[in-house]
Design a protein around this ligand. Structure first.
Ligand SMILES: Nc1ncnc2c1ncn2[C@@H]1O[C@H](COP(=O)(O)OP(=O)(O)O)[C@@H](O)[C@H]1O
Ligand SMILES: N[C@@H](CCC(=O)OP(=O)(O)O)C(=O)O
Length: 382
């Protein structure tokens, strides 16, 4: 490796180490001791490291596979069932063991965990997306570690394909993570599948948008079956909201704390844009507006000059038909477009809280979903 190349790689790792919010995905291939139930020793070690990262000020969200493998052990199944309903049943049985194991492991650090089961559909439905986002944000603010897995009882595509990598990336988008770490059974992404190509070399760093990496990636093993293809795709998805992805060997001693120390381990796949810029481009470009909020002059100034959130007190009218989580246009009283954003309240709710100070929301609605009408991270000023 050339000296300046090495220096550039080192600098990227130091930047990575300082990032605050990490989604950590642990794959079946690692978690399950080659199919003999959960690898509890490994789990305790990753949990110890996550607790260490939390002490250093990082926010941690865990996406963990392993339910099918643990269910197989509990049910005494020798091989992974071919029938989907049996896989679903195994996942439901195994999920109990999985969350028990994490709760015990984090309990040693006096940390609580929370079980969150999601489907891809939950994350493409705007209302459910915002609900999941608020729950996860609240858990994080309480210092609780969300332990997320696919809800295999209600969806079957992923369980057949064995792909929690995509879920990891969608969660990274959902919580606007800075980093997605994918822990797996290989040291990282190699130029070809190392199981069949002994000459394959480890990729140290690349851009998530570079199509060359998809071509290097092959399918997976018997337990976790998505392979590297889904990990590379996950890096591309995570990059949409600006998260960098590291694909790295979970068996590397102290893997997470070493990433935190800026060590050059695994493969770093960089996003092209900063997180907020990426998210705003997504809001501005891809989503249709469902209604209009009319803002008073003070609110227009707060958005244009102060880069603030839009509060209900500055909204004088709400037109159209929109639900929580949909995109609305924000206009001034002359009808000129000021901004677009993901609204926290439906139109029916919004009309009840026009010109209302944050302290009056509970009285007007009977509950408070969020103090802002639109949070500034979800707002694109035009
Ligand atoms: N280019 C590659 N570099 C590294 N591993 C690869 C590559 N192509 C395919 N693989 C395979 O992907 C597997 C990891 O994927 P998978 O079994 O789905 O793991 P997990 O359960 O962690 O998601 C590795 O064991 C490896 O054999
Ligand atoms: N949700 C299931 C399957 C997910 C799965 O195996 O994904 P992966 O670890 O990416 O290969 C489980 O927890 O076993």
């Amino acid at each position: 490796m050339a000296v300046d190349e090495m220096q550039q790689y080192q600098e990227s790792r130091e930047r990575l180490a300082k990032q605050k919010r990490w989604v950590i995905k642990i794959g079946s291939a690692l978690l399950t001791n080659d199919g003999k139930g959960l690898n509890r020793e490994g789990m305790q070690s990753w949990v110890d490291q996550m607790a260490e990262l939390q002490k250093l000020g990082h926010e941690i969200i865990l996406v963990s596979s392993g339910s099918v493998a643990e269910g197989m052990k509990r049910l005494g199944l020798k091989k992974r069932p071919d029938e989907v309903h049996q896989l679903q049943a195994a996942a439901a049985v195994g999920q109990m063991g999985l969350v028990q194991a994490y709760e015990t492991a984090f309990g040693k650090h006096e940390r609580l965990t929370a079980q969150v089961l999601l489907t891809h559909d939950d994350l493409s439905n705007r209302t459910r997306y915002l609900n999941a986002r608020s729950t996860l944000r609240t858990l994080m603010s309480m210092g609780v570690v969300p332990v997320i897995n696919e809800n295999d009882t209600v969806v079957t595509d992923e369980i057949c394909f064995g792909d929690n990598d995509t879920l990891g990336a969608l969660v990274a988008n959902l919580v606007e993570a800075d980093v997605l770490v994918i822990l797996t059974d290989q040291q990282g992404l190699f130029t070809a599948d190392p199981r069949s190509n002994p000459d394959a070399r480890l990729v140290v760093e690349g851009r998530a948008s570079d199509p060359a990496y998809a071509a290097m990636a092959g399918g997976g093993g018997i337990l976790g079956r998505g392979g590297m293809v889904t990990k590379v795709r996950a890096a591309t998805l995570a990059a949409r909201s600006g998260a960098d992805t590291v694909i790295v060997g979970g068996r590397i001693d102290q893997v997470l704390t070493r990433l935190r120390a800026g060590e050059l381990i695994g493969t770093l796949m960089l996003a092209d844009k900063e997180p907020v810029a990426a998210r705003k481009q997504w809001i501005a470009g891809h989503l249709q507006t469902r209604g209009d909020l009319i803002l008073d002059d003070g609110a227009v100034r707060a958005l244009r000059e102060g880069r603030r959130s839009l509060l209900p007190i500055g909204v004088v009218a709400a037109n159209g038909r929109f639900e929580r989580g949909e995109v609305v246009a924000c206009k001034d009283e002359r009808g000129e477009l000021v901004a677009k954003g993901l609204v926290n309240y439906s139109r029916t709710e919004a009309v009840k809280i026009l010109k209302t100070p944050s302290s009056g929301l509970e009285q007007a609605l009977g509950y408070v979903a969020e103090p802002e009408m639109i949070h500034r991270d979800n707002l694109v000023v035009l």
